[in-house]
Design a binder for this molecule. Structure first.
Ligand code: HEM
Length: 311
């Protein structure tokens, strides 16, 4: 996933607006219009291959709840682009010193707050997750904010005993040259699956037993055969290395800690009692109760939750 700094608001706005159009249009069979040099339709393809699908599923959900959001996003994009180009400047609030911003200009004051909330919310989703290029220091700092520690980090990362990863999630360890912390044979195998940058190919997260939930992921790490930097660094950093070794030689120690950490993870910022609701349909908030806010307050809740966990 891309780091927060590489996610520009203007680009995100463009992706959002394009996806709104695609979702509204029944047919997108027309060829894409030509692009000037320096712009691309898949800017995040290597830094965050899931970017468009994340924005798309967020928007599908948000627009289903409030069809007005589609109109709001389209208009924001128009207002941004027609005034000094598409630079996301329409998203800027007035400065602390009170200097007014484009948002305060008369034509813009009727832009819907739902659009700004949605853009912030989807951006917060990106900012809220550590990328696979993270090292242990970054990950521990991130986890500390949500009450998790080194045991949790190492055991939860053990979920990579299952599943797959796209080449784009770890290709920076293969190109332009092999990451020296990676086992040479393993790098060679990965290059057979990922012969060049930005392929859509995938590989197993755990080469030893890809479909078994066991402790072989830690054996992979000890053999320098971890896929992501965020995996391999667990066996490099002195704070996590002993835990990796313990789990590699003692599967039941891993299982015990994994259960504890999963339960801990499942309790992060859970709304209890009257603060939350048990949804009847998981995909839709319960029909407006007397004390419910407008539908877009759900979006606001996502932003607030994500902001409190940002790196
Ligand atoms: C510690 C930080 C973590 C990072 C940086 C990270 C990163 C990633 C990445 C980049 C992928 C591959 C995505 C792709 O290319 O398709 C992935 C896959 C996966 N991750 Fe993580 N992950 C982390 C923690 C976790 C945790 C805590 C769990 C669950 C307890 C987890 C479970 C999984 C699973 C099961 C897959 C495979 C998904 C599939 O096959 O569809 N990961 N992770």
């Amino acid at each position: 996933m891309a780091s927060s700094s590489s996610f520009s608001a203007a680009r995100l706005l463009l992706v959002a607006a394009a996806l709104v159009l695609l979702q509204l249009a029944s047919s997108d069979s027309e060829a894409a219009p030509p692009l000037p040099s320096g712009l691309s339709f898949d800017f995040y393809k290597s830094s965050c291959p899931q970017a468009e699908s994340i924005v798309s599923s967020f928007l599908q959900d948000a627009i289903r709840r409030d069809i007005g959001l589609a109109a709001a996003l389209l208009r924001v994009h128009f207002h941004d682009c027609f005034v000094q180009g598409c630079d996301g400047s329409v998203l800027l609030d007035k400065t602390r010193a009170g200097q007014s911003s484009e948002k305060d200009a008369p034509p813009n004051v009727t832009l819907r707050p739902t659009a700004f909330n949605a853009i912030n919310a989807v951006r917060a989703i990106f900012d809220a997750l550590p990328p696979p290029t993270s090292n242990v220091t970054t990950l521990l700092r991130f986890l500390a904010k949500i009450g998790l520690d080194a045991d949790d980090l190492v055991s939860l990362s053990g979920a990579h005993t299952l599943g797959i990863a796209h080449c784009t999630s770890f290709q920076e360890r293969l190109f332009p040259e092999d990451d020296p912390t990676m086992n040479k044979w393993f790098a060679g195998q990965l290059k057979l699956t990922c012969p060049r940058l930005n392929t859509d190919n995938t590989t197993a997260n755990d080469i030893r037993t890809p479909d078994a939930f066991d402790n072989k992921y830690y054996v992979d790490l000890m053999n320098r055969q971890g896929l992501f930097t965020s995996d391999q660094d667990l066996h490099t950093d002195a704070r996590t290395k002993p835990i990796v070794t313990r789990f590699a030689v003692d599967q039941s120690a891993f299982f015990q800690q994994f259960v504890k950490s999963m339960v801990k993870m499942g309790q992060i910022q859970v709304l209890t009692g009257a603060k939350g609701q048990i949804r009847r349909d998981c995909a839709v908030p319960n029909a407006a109760r007397a004390d419910d806010d407008l539908p877009w307050s759900v979006v606001q809740t996502v932003v607030e939750a994500a902001e409190s966990t940002v790196l």
